[in-house]
Design a protein around this ligand. Structure first.
Ligand code: ADP
Ligand code: MG
Length: 567
């Protein structure tokens, strides 16, 4: 029985353990530490398996209706994701597949049973989100020994727990989110003094600037691109972004529609393009420092976390802001997992650090739906309490009738970050009477009050009659014990795609993605390669599979280096 540490990330997940030489990361079936947090369904030999990681990420492009990522954002909600006609999963269950896959990797690597884990969560996760994470562990057959706050884990990876007393800032720029935490270390406690962040700012936004740059430079409109072109552009831009963290200039070739575009982007130009994004990074840092009633020079250490903090200009900006070199000699996307491994080590010696939880923020945006403009079909979310607002909080908004002689206003209450109501979670509704009049004359004042226990009270008051209607919405998103047991049984019947086939599955998924993106001759060529490869892996007698795999992979590399259209 081994205790592992897990970083269950929005974009990537990792698993670690404590060894005699300190914390160690565990490679997945592809020999890589980062497993993309993407889950999909794949048909194989007449059964449906669950595919996790890189192969699933490839299939996000070729099989979008069977694949899903980014579900950490919905942890603690009841959001159901449909994967094809046969599967429906809650966020806990999708996370459980990731955990199951990491657990298999750990068992394989350590050669022993792995039944317990320490899992990291954002410091601002509330009780519902924390419980959902523990449930995800249970659904994966893992006892969650404890949760650890992500910033605390990052600090542990740098041994900051060994310093007697200090205040430090954790700067975590991931794929889609940016989190800033200020921690205070004293005695045997790491206290989260303040958290701030931007849930819609991450590496993806920097990547997007490159996309836009390529499009405008070639007088192309985003709307003129089909899904394939778009995905190809995404990937190319990501590659350029990563290259520019190492090099001064990146060259590219890409086929869009019927055109082959060639060009290059310098690091200087990229930094120029992304300067508004870097300015946005300052806002949460300043807020966290203010919230903790500190000044930048009170911060003794700054730790860079998250893959996107590899960008040199981002590092420089942070250094300048705090007048000190940030700690950055460890890989930023591996830190949290390493820290969870340190915590596992501390636990094994029975001296785990006390980790103070901070959950006094409303973790979701709460709002209602309303019609904007003249089109009655244009229902959008009007946020009333924004995600990450410090609780308790009370905010109000006025709404008016949209039809003549309308006598009732119906308020649907939603939780979530998406623009369209149907993409969010409906918590319930409230109806109030208003006197009949011309459209836009009668209105209501809608007040949302969110308390520390996660209960939302909605009060609607008619502006003319002053009559108030109240309703309390409690987030009951967590599974009951019976439900958990039932879901556990159901999940036990669904198997992960066999680990020993991961390499082949990933190559095939990649081949199929390249096929989908190619045209004409290129397409035929990839198809031939895929079919040959499939024949080879189905041929039990074949002893050269390793060689064939390498050859196939090389061919795909060559194709990916832009020989998309061979005519
Ligand atoms: P998360 O915490 O969201 O799971 P990670 O910490 O793994 O995510 O960060 C993923 C992000 O980091 C992606 O946007 C990725 O493109 C970006 N990233 C990874 N390596 C680099 C690099 N060398 N340069 C710039 N961005 C990078
Ligand atoms: Mg992360």
């Amino acid at each position: 029985m081994t205790l592992v540490g897990i970083d269950l990330g929005t974009t990537n997940s990792l698993v670690s353990y404590w060894s005699e030489d300190g914390p160690k990361l565990i490679p997945n079936a592809l020999g890589e530490f980062l497993t993309p947090s993407v889950v999909g369904v794949i048909e194989s030999n007449g059964t449906s398996d669950i595919l996790v990681g890189k192969a699933a990420r490839e299939r996000l492009i070729t099989h979008p209706e069977l694949t899903v990522g980014d579900f950490k954002r919905t942890m603690g909600s009841k959001k159901i994701t449909k994967l094809g006609p046969n599967f429906e999963f809650r966020p806990e269950e999708l996370s459980a597949f990731i955990l199951r896959s990491l657990r298999e990797d750990a068992i394989n690597h350590l050669g022993q049973e792995v039944s317990e884990a320490i899992i990291s969560v954002p410091a601002y996760f509330n009780d519902i989100q924390r419980k959902a994470t523990i449930d995800a562990g249970k659904l994966a057959g893992l006892k969650v020994d404890s949760l650890i706050n992500e910033p605390t884990a990052a600090a542990l990876a740098y041994g900051l727990d060994e310093v007697e007393e200090q205040q430090f800032l954790i700067f975590d720029l991931g794929g889609g989110t940016f989190d800033v935490s200020i921690l205070d270390k004293y005695d045997n406690v790491m206290e989260v003094r303040a958290t701030a962040g931007d849930n819609f700012l991450g590496g993806n936004d920097f990547r997007q600037e490159i996309q836009t740059h390529i499009l405008t430079g070639n007088e192309l409109e985003l709307s003129s691109l089909d899904g394939r072109d778009l995905n190809r552009l995404f990937r190319l831009s990501e590659k350029i972004m990563h290259e520019l963290s190492r090099k001064d200039v990146a060259h590219y070739t890409i086929v869009i529609g019927e055109r082959t575009l060639e060009g290059s982007l310098t690091r200087d130009a990229f930094e120029e393009l992304t300067s508004p994004l870097r300015r946005r990074l300052r806002v949460p840092m300043e807020r966290a420092i203010n919230d903790a009633t500190l000044r930048p020079d009170n911060i003794e250490n700054v730790v860079l976390v998250g893959g996107a903090s590899r960008m040199p200009r981002v590092r420089r900006m942070v250094g300048r802001l705090f007048q000190k070199l940030p700690l950055s000699h460890l890989n930023p996307d591996e830190l949290i997992a390493l820290g969870a491994g340190v915590q596992a080590g501390l636990k094994l010696r029975n001296e785990a650090l006390e980790d103070v939880v901070m959950t006094d923020v409303c973790p979701y945006t709460l709002g209602t739906s309303a019609i904007v403009g003249d089109n009655y079909d244009n229902l959008v979310i009007v946020p009333i309490i924004e995600r990450n607002a410090v609780v308790p909080i009370s905010q109000s908004h006025q709404f008016f009738t949209v039809r003549n002689k309308q006598t009732e206003i119906n308020l649907d209450v939603y939780q979530g970050e998406n623009m369209r109501p149907e993409d969010n979670i409906l918590l319930g509704d409230l109806k109030v009477k208003v006197p009949a009049s011309r459209a836009g004359v009668e209105g209501v004042d809608v007040r949302f009050t969110y308390d520390i226990n996660g209960a939302l009270e909605v009060e609607v008051t008619s502006l003319t009659t002053k009559k108030t209607t109240r309703k309390i919405f409690r987030n009951e998103a967590n599974l009951s014990d019976d439900e958990l047991e039932a879901r556990f049984q159901a999940l036990s019947g669904i198997k992960l795609h066999p680990r020993e086939q991961t390499e082949n599955a990933t190559l095939l998924a990649r081949g199929e993605r390249i096929y989908a993106e190619s045209l004409r001759g290129g397409r035929e060529y990839v198809r031939t390669l895929i079919l040959e490869f499939e024949d080879a892996i189905n041929d039990q007698a074949n002893r050269d599979i390793e060689k064939i795999r390498t050859a196939f992979s090389k061919e795909l590399d060559a194709l990916e280096n832009n020989i998309f259209d061979m005519d």
